[in-house]
Write a protein of this length. Structure first.
Length: 419
């Protein structure tokens, strides 16, 4: 079974980040600004499993939970944002900010980094040899504000803005002034434990918790509105019994806050205007790939299967196995740690009679963050056809693809857009 469901938090979420837990005055449990695909897969598995438990009048053993999860594969995980009272559609998709977009002070639109051959080489024996084979992504000196200081921009781009960027039109990007309305809103919850003897707060157990609101205000040319954020998840479910149930509620992330589950039409189609722009551009010497979800590679920042061959880093693209390509350069920010708590695993501590097995912490995986960018060209010097570029829409590469990791899209190289 293949389906698309929208998971919409009812009143926000708390998704613990990689920083430790502390208590005492001034300590805060911090939340991720957005839920990772791995967490959504676990939430879906739990929601479906609870429905099966109710239907079968039983309680699943850890082995049953593990088997159910192994048959649940996330193919697409997309962010959507729509006004209150409006159904979600493809025009409501939100995309992580591309890593090759820079917001310069004084400019109202982002500047695209362009590929440049370095004039000097800084090389150390401890550096990754693959880095010496790359060209640079830099600000074009011809940019109107090339000497200006970079500033923060919106972490999420709308469908219109992102499609324009993929088509090689940086002027269609967002205004940096909209950064504040392009994220979940943070609030702080204070937790206090009272000392029964003194009837006062126990300072050793005073702590705060960061909570992310998914109902956010928006103000634009059309007026003020309230937006709601959600997750559009397309998945495959192999278990036949599980295919017969349709949960309406899930519990997500820390503290298991409630989220509604609603069936949806597919929200992962290729934008028609992007197809038209790519076709009009004709063959492209280089393309850029953008990570839509965190992407996990064995070698860290560069894709699996790419190897050093002389002075080039060569590999293949997903869906195009017969076309050797060269990795020209990349823009990858600091890694995103992905971990969690495995409730179905057996705890190494004292044996528990609970059905969930006690649980253990999952191993931490370091992934390239969403928005990471890779620039590629064919090894034989031939151009990419428009059909090849479009065929890479929402393909997956890298490890742990069943968790929804490694989702990517392709677009024009911005350098070629001005030639």
């Amino acid at each position: 079974m293949t389906a698309t469901w929208v998971i919409e938090p009812r009143h926000g979420f708390f998704a613990k980040d990689a920083r430790g837990w502390f208590a005492g005055a001034g300590y805060q449990a911090n939340s991720l600004t957005w839920i990772l695909p791995t967490t959504l897969r676990g939430a879906l598995c739990t929601a479906i499993g609870r429905e099966l438990e109710a239907a079968q009048q039983t309680v699943f053993a850890p082995a049953q939970w593990i088997r159910l999860k192994s048959e649940l594969h996330l193919d697409r995980v997309l962010a959507v944002r729509a006004a209150v009272g409006k159904d979600f559609s493809t025009s409501d998709r939100m995309w992580p900010a591309p890593a090759d977009a820079v917001f310069l002070a004084g400019d109202s639109r982002p500047t695209a980094l362009v590929v440049k051959t370095p004039e000097v080489t800084f090389w150390d024996r401890h550096d990754d040899p693959a880095l010496a084979r790359l060209e640079l992504l830099a600000i074009d000196e011809a940019s109107s504000a090339a000497d200006a200081k970079p500033q923060s921009g919106p972490g999420w781009w709308t469908e219109t803005e992102f499609v324009a960027w993929l088509a090689g039109k940086p002027q269609g990007g967002p205004d940096p002034c909209r950064a504040r309305s392009r994220r979940t809103v943070s609030r702080t919850d204070v937790h206090v434990k009272m000392d029964n003897a003194t009837e006062t707060a126990d300072p050793g157990l005073l702590w705060t918790q960061e909570f992310r609101e998914t109902l956010t205000p928006r103000s634009d040319a059309k007026g003020a509105a309230l937006d709601r954020w959600a997750f559009a998840v397309s998945f495959r479910l192999l278990d036949q019994k599980a295919q017969q149930v349709r949960p309406t509620v899930a519990t997500i992330a820390g503290d298991r806050h409630l989220a509604s589950i609603d069936p949806s039409k597919p929200l992962d189609t290729v934008p028609a205007n992007l197809q038209a722009d790519i076709a009009a551009a004709g063959p492209l010497r280089r393309i850029r790939l953008y990570a839509v979800t965190p992407t996990l590679f064995e070698n860290g920042w560069y894709p699996d299967g790419f190897v050093l061959a002389g002075d080039r880093l060569i590999g293949q693209l997903p869906g195009l196995p017969d076309i050797p390509v060269r990795l020209v350069t990349a823009a990858v920010a600091r890694p995103v740690p992905i971990s969690g708590w495995d409730r179905a695993a057996s705890s190494p501590r004292a044996h528990s009679t609970h059905q969930d097995g006690g649980g253990i912490a999952r191993s931490t995986r370091l992934a390239c963050p969403a928005g990471s960018t890779w620039v590629l060209e064919k090894c034989d010097g031939q151009n990419f056809t428009p059909e090849e570029v479009v065929s890479l829409w929402l393909k997956q590469w890298g490890q742990d693809q069943a968790d929804g990791l490694g989702l990517l899209v392709a677009g024009r190289d911005h350098a070629s857009a001005t030639r």
